[in-house]
Design a protein around this ligand. Structure first.
Ligand SMILES: Nc1ncnc2c1ncn2[C@@H]1O[C@H](COP(=O)(O)OP(=O)(O)OP(=O)(O)O)[C@@H](O)[C@H]1O
Length: 368
């Protein structure tokens, strides 16, 4: 389920695109006092509401979005996902904390700078695509460029390029009502892409689509990400979507980030009982990699049978091991990093490799 595709520009840890620290968004009367007051800020949501009439939609959240990654914000309805992502460009005003984009303080931006941020640097793709009904596909896609003041010929040429990129070639002159839901969503995506933003912010963009079209669109995002290495922040309440798209996932509950990690870390080393329950039914073999499943160490043989890449998922390794009837090597740059056999692979499927309490990305314990 994970995106193991090789990126031309893999995510980097230096110079995050967004850097968020101690972020709070409290709705309700005298919201400002909540983050400042140790007693109030420690209350659970129901008690806080009873005491103050306030809802803390985002509670003391800190994270970086790295350049080139797909950063997924996941959680159940009401956990604070939309509020958090809207705070990034101040579509919702944060109550406390800091937000920087490329080192620039978003909370200190004036109106003009904010407009520039939303138009050029961090474009949002909404669930309801916000298409203009009387305009053609091409003009809808060109709309963001028009707002930026780009001339007609230039913006139409640019829009035509992006329309092709999202697979809508030949539909340029249609109106939105003449498109399917998935095609409309592609127009919304193309419109955001046309302005060539540094970051794309997706707010549950595919939740209204039927499952097959949804899968198509997910693959489209994976493809765009692979080809362009564009930084994306993606909200979803759908775990399989999060696991499929995310390089890293922030799992939210009651306004807090309860775990931030790769799909493999979240599924393989849940931070607490809530996360464990959340990921209980995930087919682990589609998420866990052989790097984690292998017995580390060179096989000492000359041939390295199997030749699995370290990021191959266990499901693929099972096919290799079952096909050959013998253990397979995990190989990187011609070097054997370790070996997986059927026992290790089954241990991952069964979840028994967690026994002994593996945590974070530490080497896992022996399968039993
Ligand atoms: N304008 C508002 N005024 C008061 N409370 C709000 C407001 N907007 C959101 N909330 C509350 O903040 C909490 C988080 O809402 P938010 O919409 O961010 O959650 P979400 O995880 O995006 O949910 P969903 O998946 O249903 O969209 C909820 O309890 C919600 O009721």
């Amino acid at each position: 389920m994970t995106t193991t595709a090789t990126l031309e520009n893999p995510p980097t840890t230096d110079n995050p695109v967004f850097s968020v620290d101690g972020l709070w968004k409290v709705f309700g009367p005298k919201a400002d006092r909540v983050p400042e007051d140790a007693e109030l800020s420690a209350l659970d949501p129901a008690d806080l509401r009873a005491r103050t009439g306030c809802t803390a939609a985002v509670r003391d959240v800190s994270f970086d979005v790295r350049k080139g990654e797909v950063f997924v914000v996941m959680g159940l309805s009401g956990s604070g996902k939309s509020t958090l992502v809207r705070c990034l460009t101040r579509l919702i005003e944060p109550t406390a904390g800091t937000i920087c984009i490329d080192g620039e303080d978003v909370r200190a931006m004036d109106k003009a700078r904010l407009r520039e941020l939303r138009r050029h640097r961090a474009a949002m793709v909404f669930q309801h695509f916000g298409l203009l009904p009387h305009r053609t596909v091409l003009d809808n896609v060109a709309y963001g460029l028009e707002i930026q003041g780009m001339g007609k010929a230039e913006r139409r040429a640019r829009a035509a390029e992006v329309v092709t990129k999202v697979g809508l070639e030949g539909m340029e002159q249609r109106k939105p009502s003449q498109l399917s839901g998935g095609q409309q969503q592609r127009v919304g995506l193309a419109r955001a892409l046309a302005v060539d933003p540094q970051v794309l912010l997706f707010d549950e963009p595919f939740s209204a689509l039927d499952p097959l079209i949804r899968r198509d669109m997910q693959e489209e995002v994976v493809r765009l990400h692979r080809e362009e290495g564009r930084t994306m922040v993606f909200i979803t309440h759908d775990l399989s979507e999060a696991l499929k798209l995310g390089d890293r996932i922030a799992l939210m509950r009651d306004g807090k980030v309860v775990q931030l990690g790769t799909p493999e870390e979240i599924v393989g080393s849940p931070a607490d009982g809530y996360v464990r329950e959340f990921v209980r039914d995930v087919p682990r073999e589609h998420v866990m990699t052989v790097r984690r499943a292998m017995k580390p160490g060179d096989c000492a043989g000359p041939a390295h049978p199997g030749g699995l890449a370290p990021d191959a998922v266990v499901a693929d390794a099972i096919k290799v091991v079952a096909g050959s009837g013998r253990p397979a090597c995990v190989v990187e740059n011609g070097r054997c990093l370790g070996v997986v056999d059927h026992e290790r692979l089954l241990g991952v499927v069964a979840g028994t490799e967690l026994r002994g309490g593996a945590a974070g990305t530490e080497p896992r314990k022996e399968a039993v």
